[in-house]
Design a protein around this ligand. Structure first.
Ligand SMILES: [Zn+2]
Length: 587
């Protein structure tokens, strides 16, 4: 009786009991059969043929564990495996810290405000995800605001408005309301006039260098103390096109003795020759354009933003804008400044990305070498992994350096349990196995921990008079074999290598039992039938292509499926036919 044999294995019963108690503590006192069977089979592949008996044994242990009071289950776990409870607690604590003064506001409103001059990449992840997560956590609103008021240097492009919307959608960040600054120029003009009329801003016609020299000496330029009437006249001339580009600029009055010269009377609106540089949305309709601090500063108040979550490189902008808020009698929103997030090896220069795409160095904005969301999406990096990584880092002001590997480990954790596994043989080489004693049916589980997901089955039978069969294995595996060595073809049988042949390796059948391979410490090779497979290309993160064959069950895969090629890595299917084309995520 095999069931009896398992029952008598005290060590196995102890393993099941521990898994059952941990599972019970996590599930309100009632442990579940499936995960425990899966866990045991994952660790002890040799029990797979006895899955039925194992399930019976697990159920017997569960009857006992589930009959214990919850307190008693927890006490046993605490006593024997206290480290498991600590881990559970740390997981729970990784939430975002509370927002400052949240209770002072009826509704929390946050914003993400990109310039649509490129697609989004990992460098924006922190601003987007923190702003969105806080809005959700407080049942608030999340605003998307396109900051497209520089038609000359940081020129927006129509295609990027849509791509940014797509990126946010993919990230799972639901936008409650959208604004586009190029629609709002009359509003900025209205406040410019108000500031000019109140003597809190002025139209400066000085040569920039002359203004700068005066400001460094804390001295006013000749324009500053002219009457508001004069400045309103100059303002009309700015709007009417009587000044050339660069000949006049509206400055907001600050403090000429401010310790930071960059804060002194900062420029708020300037002239851009939009006949030469038309704006992609409003063409040449406007000549006077607000600069960053004017547009962003006004909008944060006018759109009711309660909490601005941004990088600490914006600290000085906050100081600048507070002067304008004071002139207008407004209260500045709460501002949270987080530190720089550096991702080693991630290429984040927008101008170089655009240049590379335009010149054809990159295949597009989703080229696997880039850290754009489009590229990550193509490779099977999940938005959940990005989100979790960013939330774990949180909004702290210290600089943080992460690596690709950090992101991969978040992604692996999420994918491991939900992706099916298949065999992929890169650069295949033939292995001829002689002396097959019978027809074999290999049953390969789609996931070793989840027998309920089913399996792939392949019939392996001799095709020639010498009872041989041709099988494909990776060239790397084939080249590393030595005559006399025993290797196991995973979930199939054990063979002994006879030697190298013209187009690969020849071997003969030894035995079927996994235990034999274990005893001989045989290496495990994945394999694919030579007469039943699928050609496959895998685009690697460096844009190189690994060519190989995938097992024929992969014919069922569809674009966007993410699977694990065993011993190779996680990949996302991009095209299913005629050749399976996949993008590599990571190991
Ligand atoms: Zn001046």
């Amino acid at each position: 009786m095999q069931a009896l044999a398992l029952e008598n294995n005290k060590e196995l019963v102890d393993v099941i009991r521990k898994a059952a108690l941990l599972n019970a503590v996590q599930h309100d006192g009632k442990a579940q059969t499936g995960p425990i069977v899966g866990k045991v089979l994952g660790e002890r592949a040799e029990l797979r043929p006895k899955a039925k008996e194992l399930t019976a044994l697990v159920n017997a242990v569960l009857d006992e564990v589930n009959s214990l009071p919850k307190e008693e289950q927890r006490r046993i776990v605490e006593q024997n495996w206290p480290e498991t409870l600590k881990k559970e607690k740390i997981e729970e604590e990784k939430r975002l810290p509370p927002l400052p003064n949240a209770s002072k506001y009826v509704q929390i409103v946050t914003r993400f405000s990109p310039n649509p001059d490129c697609v989004l990449h990992l460098g924006s992840a922190r601003a987007i995800i923190l702003s969105h997560e806080y809005a959700r956590a407080y049942d608030g609103r999340f605003i998307l605001r396109f900051e497209d008021t520089d038609p000359k240097v940081k020129r927006p492009s129509l295609v990027f408005y849509e791509k940014i919307r797509e990126d946010l959608k993919w990230l799972g960040c639901q936008v409650d309301e959208e604004f586009i600054q190029s629609d709002r120029l009359p509003i900025y003009y209205e406040y410019a006039e108000k500031l000019l009329r109140g003597g809190n801003a002025y139209v400066c016609t000085c040569i920039p260098d002359e203004f700068r020299n005066k400001a460094i000496d804390s001295k006013p330029c000749p324009c500053r103390n002219l009457s508001p009437d004069e400045h309103l006249k100059r303002w009309k001339r700015m709007l009417n096109g009587n000044f050339a580009e660069g000949a006049a600029v509206v400055r907001v009055k600050t403090d000429l003795t401010h310790p930071n010269p960059a804060v002194r009377d900062w420029p708020a609106l300037r002239i851009i020759d939009t006949v030469r540089c038309p704006h992609p949305r409003v063409g040449s309709k406007y000549r006077v354009w607000p600069l960053y601090n004017m547009a962003a500063g006004l909008d944060d108040h006018l759109l009711g933003i309660t909490h601005i979550i941004r990088g600490k490189e914006h600290l000085t902008n906050g100081v600048r804008q507070e002067f304008m808020y004071k002139h207008l009698g407004w209260k500045y929103p709460e501002a949270i400044h987080y530190g720089r997030l550096k991702i080693t090896g991630a290429f984040l220069s927008k101008s170089k990305i655009i240049q590379g795409v335009n010149e054809g160095t990159y295949s597009g904005f989703d080229d696997p070498r880039l850290a754009t969301f489009a590229a990550l999406r193509k490779r099977g990096i999940t938005p959940e992994a990005i989100k979790k990584m960013i939330v774990d880092v949180g909004p702290k002001p210290a600089d943080v350096t992460l690596s690709w590997e950090t992101l991969y480990s978040y992604n692996r954790k999420l994918l491991d349990a939900k992706t099916a596994r298949y065999f992929f043989v890169p650069e295949p080489s033939t292995l001829v196995v002689k002396g097959l004693p019978k027809v074999f049916c290999a049953k390969l589980p789609l996931h070793p921990d989840q027998p309920e997901r089913g399996h792939r089955a392949y019939t392996v039978s001799a095709k020639h008079s010498d009872m041989s069969v041709s099988i494909l294995i990776a060239m790397k595996d084939a080249e590393s074999t030595e005559a006399g060595e025993m290797v196991r073809l995973m979930e199939l049988f054990n063979v002994r290598i006879d030697g190298k042949a013209a187009d690969g390796v020849s071997a003969h059948f030894v035995s079927e039992a996994y235990q034999d391979a274990r005893d001989a410490k045989a290496r495990l090779f994945q394999w694919i039938l030579a007469d039943d497979n699928l050609h496959c290309r895998v685009v690697m993160p460096d844009a190189s292509v690994t060519v190989g064959v995938a097992e024929s069950a992969c014919k069922k895969l569809k674009p966007d499926n993410v699977v694990q090629f065993e011993r190779f890595g996680f990949v996302r299917v991009d095209e299913a036919a005629p050749v399976l084309t996949a993008y590599y995520a990571h190991k």
